[in-house]
Write a protein that binds this ligand. Structure first.
Ligand SMILES: [Zn+2]
Length: 68
């Protein structure tokens, strides 16, 4: 899911569009703000073995929407 622009949590550059790259950890209740990054940073993270499956799926959905 694409989000509004703002500062990337990874490269600290202003991005015109961002995606959530990490959810706050810890059971119930709000655990803090989610981390949002620009698409290039999100793609780098998605290639990591530590990346959550939902991040890869999120990027795949964005790519599919762009392809149509
Ligand atoms: Zn970035």
């Amino acid at each position: 899911m694409l989000l509004a622009g703002g500062e990337c949590a990874d490269c600290r550059e202003h991005a015109g569009e961002r995606v959530i790259i990490a959810m706050p950890q810890g059971g119930s209740g709000p655990g803090g703000p989610s981390r949002k990054a620009c698409l290039p940073c999100a793609r780098v993270r998605a290639r990591s073995v530590f990346a959550p499956d939902w991040l890869r799926e999120d990027l795949a959905v964005i790519d599919a929407e762009r392809a149509t």
